[in-house]
Design a binder for this molecule. Structure first.
Ligand SMILES: C[S@@+](CC[C@H](N)C(=O)[O-])C[C@H]1O[C@@H](n2cnc3c(N)ncnc32)[C@H](O)[C@@H]1O
Length: 254
């Protein structure tokens, strides 16, 4: 029997947000190579698999990309079913494309199982639709970890013309806010940071663009996503209906 690799999106955290296909391939997997943001409850869906963490979190040691490729390829060549389980969607800011290319180059059969990206799930968790008639008809997703990547995109964006969603951007929030303000975005543009969406650590801060750079971060190291644009104003109404959003302190969606 020849092995197989599935590049699977685990969604933002809650296993209920996995696709049925993701749950099925997990239940049949021999080996699961998983990222740091994948929840233990999601891993429980792979009871017969060996599970091996390969995740990267800022500032912490991780398994290098070449090793991940080698593990997938050698295990599949031994006839095993491998799930490479990644947070959100495997092809959004997660090096899933590189992993697919490595598998293709090695002649290992594979399939991509898309997941719900935190680019839409994190705003949704706080009651923020990324598009909304009359407020925004487009949204732009950038990665905040490399200025050379997001700067040309955000500088080229007419002020207020789209919702801006920033992944991996907590540390860059001041730089990104300053860049948009210089580009003519009004200081009062609504902004939010959604932490740990669809996890037990879910919290959100809402405010305005001129306060985003100084927005406090929670004690936890939950992943956070920035959302900037008029649609964030809807969190005041829609966020209240999201049960896991903490209310009554600096992180309440209000
Ligand atoms: C390396 S990127 C991977 C993105 C992933 N492939 C996706 O489609 O969601 C990790 C970033 O996703 C965002 N993120 C992931 N899970 C999140 C969650 N539960 N709540 C808020 N943001 C999250 C954060 O911005 C984090 O820094």
């Amino acid at each position: 029997m020849s092995g197989f690799v599935w590049l699977v999106g685990a969604g933002p955290g809650d296993p209920d947000l996995l696709t049925r296909r993701a749950a099925r391939v997990l239940s049949e997997a021999d080996l699961v190579l998983y990222d740091a943001l994948v929840s233990p409850a999601t891993l429980d869906l792979a009871p017969r698999a060996q599970r091996f963490p390969v995740g990267k979190r800022a500032g912490r040691p991780s398994v290098d990309q070449e090793t991940i490729h080698r593990l997938m390829i050698t295990t599949a060549r031994r006839g095993r079913r491998v799930v490479r389980l990644k947070g959100g969607d495997p092809f959004v800011c997660g090096r899933g494309g590189e992993e697919a290319l490595a598998l293709a180059a090695a002649g290992v059969p594979f399939e991509v199982v898309p997941g719900i990206s935190s680019a839409v799930a994190a705003p949704a968790a706080a009651g923020i639709p990324v598009t909304h008639r009359g407020l925004a008809s487009a949204f732009v997703v950038v990665a905040g970890h490399a200025e050379s990547g997001y700067r040309p995109v955000l500088e080229g964006l007419a002020a207020g013309s789209a919702t801006v969603v920033v992944l991996m951007g907590l540390g860059a929030r001041a730089t990104i806010a300053a860049l948009l303000l210089r580009g003519g975005w009004p200081a009062a543009t609504p902004a939010a940071i959604v932490h740990g969406a669809f996890t037990e650590e879910q919290q959100a801060w809402t405010g305005t663009l001129d306060a985003l750079g100084e927005a406090p971060l929670p004690e936890t190291d939950a992943a956070g996503t920035l959302v900037i644009g008029a649609v964030v104003s809807l969190a005041a109404t829609l966020g209240a209906a999201v049960p896991a959003v903490q209310e009554g302190d600096a992180y309440a969606v209000r």
